[in-house]
Write a protein that binds this ligand. Structure first.
Ligand SMILES: [Zn+2]
Length: 367
């Protein structure tokens, strides 16, 4: 995935961070009070800013000209760190350097005081992937770290870390970003890149990134390369992400509300002939019906569960949820979920989906 935007807009100061305020607040207190711990554990979902935060923190504690808690980005220390050429900042990916020898060479590298900076900072990414021997060797270092060393361990799976290591670290949990947080960051990038993009399109990007800002920026990057124009619409994003056109979901749901299963099956097969992917379609319909079910219980949730869509679309969904009988909606959702499980055993890809429709036809008729 192209990550140019991700690198270009990596936060250079704490104020540039869009999320993780709970982490920032504690870190800047420590910086201001000069109470730097020897080991930190940054844990959380991928793409939520752990490594960016680690680098920023490393810069802030080493800046030679710091104003308050923000690094100046001008002194030699800041510049070297920004360029990625500071030899006192050591980044290791534990996914590919997971053995005891890797930790031993790490131990050797911290034997001497930092070259230029105040602190040697070791950023150990995917720290849970260390082998058992390596983790134990790391523990030994953490038990008696030289006073000029700061460890920052980052992990997507904190529960896999050995507890004797985690307990020696100050732990921070990074949360998935909300759609609002991602949209606000993307809006900022769009502005700087001179691109006009519909708010709904940004919401759609944010929704498909599942809380990972890095992924959202990657998608945004792709779309900028993909559309080669300066005005981007929701449709552009749908095309690029290969999302099933929502009008298909609306049409199909109409058949389900009317229990017009013969037409539903015909419609399905016509679209498959035109290249519709049944797997994607099934996912889209299940997701769509789930939203209708929630709307049926509480339509005030519309703005929370339906993002990246126009007001007109949202109104249409509320209308469908009102006309769909709750019992029927629950029934078809259960049947389609079962069909999902059966698909991998079926030699005809759409058969389980069709069987679910037929079951719905007979069972919903009775009620
Ligand atoms: Zn500086």
């Amino acid at each position: 995935m192209n990550q140019v935007l991700y690198r270009k807009y990596r936060p250079q100061q704490f104020k540039d961070f869009t999320a993780q305020n709970h982490v920032i607040q504690t870190l800047i207190n420590e910086i201001e009070q000069n109470k730097i711990a020897h080991a930190y554990l940054f844990s959380g979902h991928r793409g939520t800013g752990k490594t960016s935060m680690a680098r920023l923190f490393a810069k802030a504690i080493n800046c030679q000209n710091r104003k308050g808690f923000e690094p100046c980005n001008e002194c030699i220390a800041c510049q070297e760190i920004n360029k990625g050429s500071a030899i006192d900042i050591i980044e290791i990916d534990a996914a590919s350097n997971r053995g005891i020898d890797d930790i031993r060479s790490l131990r050797d590298s911290i034997r001497y005081k930092p070259n230029l900076l105040k602190y040697k900072v070791l950023i150990l990414d995917e720290a849970h992937q260390l082998s058992k021997d390596a983790a134990n060797a790391l523990l030994k270092i953490l038990e008696e770290p030289p006073e000029y060393v700061v460890f920052i361990l980052a992990t997507t799976e904190a529960h896999k870390m050995i507890s004797t290591i985690s307990s020696r670290c100050q732990r921070f949990d990074f949360y998935k970003l909300t759609i609002k947080e991602i949209v606000s960051k993307l809006e900022e990038i769009a502005k700087k890149e001179g691109v006009i993009i519909e708010k709904e399109a940004l919401e759609l990007i944010a929704a498909s990134a599942d809380g990972a800002l890095r992924d959202a920026e990657g998608i945004f990057d792709q779309i900028l390369n993909f559309v080669s124009k300066k005005e981007i619409k929701v449709g552009d994003i749908q095309d690029m992400l290969g999302l099933v056109d929502l009008s298909l979901a609306f049409d199909f749901t109409e058949f389900l509300i009317d229990k017009n299963i013969p037409h539903a099956i015909k419609y399905l097969n016509e679209n498959i002939e035109r290249g519709l992917n049944i797997e994607e379609f099934s996912k889209t319909i299940i997701n769509f019906l789930r939203k209708l079910l929630i709307l049926k219980i509480n339509k005030d949730l519309i703005d929370d569960i339906v993002v990246g869509e126009t007001k007109e679309t949202k109104d249409k969904m509320v209308s469908q949820s009102e006309r769909f009988k709750g019992e029927d909606l629950k029934l078809i959702l259960n049947l389609l979920l079962e069909a999902e499980n059966k698909r991998k055993f079926s030699s005809i890809a759409q058969l389980p989906f069709e069987l679910a429709l037929v079951d719905y036809f007979y069972q919903a008729k009775k009620s």
